[in-house]
Design a protein around this ligand. Structure first.
Ligand SMILES: Cc1ncc(COP(=O)(O)O)c(C=O)c1O
Length: 457
């Protein structure tokens, strides 16, 4: 099948016989050597994306700008380590991520903490670790953090997470994290919660207010959405000043799309889930570059928070760094054709491996040994579980595929490994390729590991 996007866009090359390769490594060879399902990290690309985002942020903004990689997107230690080598800090949302960030050598002053359900023990760990900032999601958390900080005799730097009730273009309410009806995140700007938090701060000596945080969703393709969301925060600048607080920091969250995948629109999603109508992949359509996102944010901040001293600008990108730097190899073990009905490709990884993304996003699927074989008809790609929901894609245009052939689900770097489950099968292995080098960075789960938490009497 002639891929809609050329494999070169992922840093892959096509060998003479049509086989895909990354660096010196043919993908079918990797599948044979390590078994499938297998995630392959393209380390060069990962580091290049991370560096490009940081450079774009620093170049565009006239004041100080810093980048915190969102660990939730892909917390595989080899991924986080490679990203850290390009200089950003880390945004964490759980105790696990905090411990891992520290273990990987990220200095605490380069760690910021998000999340809607920070418990007392987690907040205590954050205080004790001396992380740079806690981003407060609710009034109850504000009060809890103040009392924990005071009990430890310290003052914690905080940002207030604001829910501006803003929905980016083409996104539905449920995934727009800055929508007050769709998502519980943040302090409700329209209901006056931010003002209330600012008033409370005067009586909370354990907290040191630094500024605001906003995160409006994920997979956002249009830089203008950030500019429009930041306009909603303009009144906060004055409100903070009225309470005697300068806005020193402004965190615009993450959500910057990776150009290689595309979220289905609301109508497309409904048609796909209800009737199995998967629209054509138009992943490579219009999408902002890191430079365009950084410029749009810069212009909006200068306009709404200038002209005096500009706040430090914080970015929390996840998917635009990691998504296209990893792919998933699967072996198709069986093929079923039902005349007049359809075709099924039965692979050794399914819902538990791809998790949520293929449910609502386009990902290219390539045939590794013959990437140019023409698309013949639509096929449903399913996993190995004896369960009807174990589906990767329904009705995706695919070439003829024979049992034993290997397919690559592209862009598995964001929200695949972080959310995978085993569902009766072991978690996949992960390798990292960098030019001629290929190293195993996570072993395939063993049966003993799968039952290691169970108590056998
Ligand atoms: C607060 C916050 N920051 C950053 C991110 C990263 O988003 P993305 O991977 O879309 O860049 C998320 C994702 O959910 C988030 O909730």
């Amino acid at each position: 099948m002639k891929p809609i996007v050329h494999p070169g866009a992922w840093g892959l090359h096509v060998k003479a016989a049509g086989e895909l390769a990354l660096g010196n490594h043919g993908l079918t060879g990797l599948a044979r050597r390590y078994g499938t399902p297998l995630h392959v990290i393209n380390e060069k690309r990962l580091m290049k994306s991370a560096a490009a985002f940081r450079e774009a942020a620093e170049r565009s903004y006239p004041g100080p700008a810093s980048v915190y990689y969102a660990m939730k997107c892909n917390s595989v230690p080899a991924v986080v380590d490679a990203v850290l080598r390009t200089g950003p800090g880390l945004e964490v949302m759980t105790e696990y991520e905090l411990v891992l960030a520290i273990k990987l050598g990220c200095p605490p002053e380069k760690i910021i903490v998000n999340g809607p359900c920070k418990t007392g023990p987690f907040l205590e760990k954050c205080i004790d670790a001396r992380v740079r900032l806690v981003i407060v999601d609710s009034i109850s958390e504000l009060l809890m953090l103040d009392s924990l900080s005071r009990a430890r005799g310290c003052r914690r730097g905080v940002l207030l997470r604001v829910n501006p009730d803003f929905i980016p273009r083409g996104m539905n309410r449920g995934t727009a994290t800055g929508s007050r009806r769709g998502c519980a995140f943040g302090l409700d700007l329209k209901a006056g919660e931010v003002g209330r938090a600012l008033s409370l701060l005067a009586g909370l000596p354990g907290l040191n207010f630094q500024g605001f945080h906003v995160h409006i969703g994920t997979g956002i393709r249009y830089p203008g959405d950030y500019a429009r969301a930041l306009r909603c925060l303009e009144p906060l600048h004055q409100a903070a000043s009225a309470h005697g607080y300068p806005v020193r920091l402004l965190d615009v969250g993450g959500g910057f799309a990776s150009p290689m995948t595309r979220e289905l629109g609301t109508r497309e999603f409904l048609l796909y889930q209800a009737f199995g109508r998967l629209p054509e992949n138009r992943a490579a359509q219009e999408c902002g570059t890191p430079g365009a996102f950084a410029s749009a944010v810069t212009d909006a901040v200068v306009k709404h928070f200038g002209p005096g001293e500009l706040p430090e600008l914080l970015f929390e990108p996840g998917r635009c760094i990691a998504s296209a730097a990893q792919f998933l190899l699967l072996t198709v073990h069986h093929v079923k054709e039902r005349p007049g009905v359809g075709r099924w490709l039965i692979a050794d990884g399914g819902l538990s491996t791809v998790t949520l993304p293929t449910f609502y996003e386009h990902h290219e699927v390539l045939l590794c040994n013959d990437v140019c074989r023409p698309g013949s008809s639509r096929a449903t790609i399913i996993g190995p579980a004896c369960f009807a929901g174990d589906v990767i894609y329904r009705n995706k245009l695919m070439p003829e595929v024979h049992p034993g052939e290997v397919i690559a689900v592209m862009d598995s770097g964001a929200y695949f490994t972080a959310m995978e489950s085993s569902f009766g099968f072991p978690h996949p292995a992960i390798v990292a390729v960098n030019g001629a080098t290929c190293r195993l960075v996570r072993t395939r789960e063993t049966f003993d590991e799968m039952v290691s938490r169970d108590v056998f009497d």
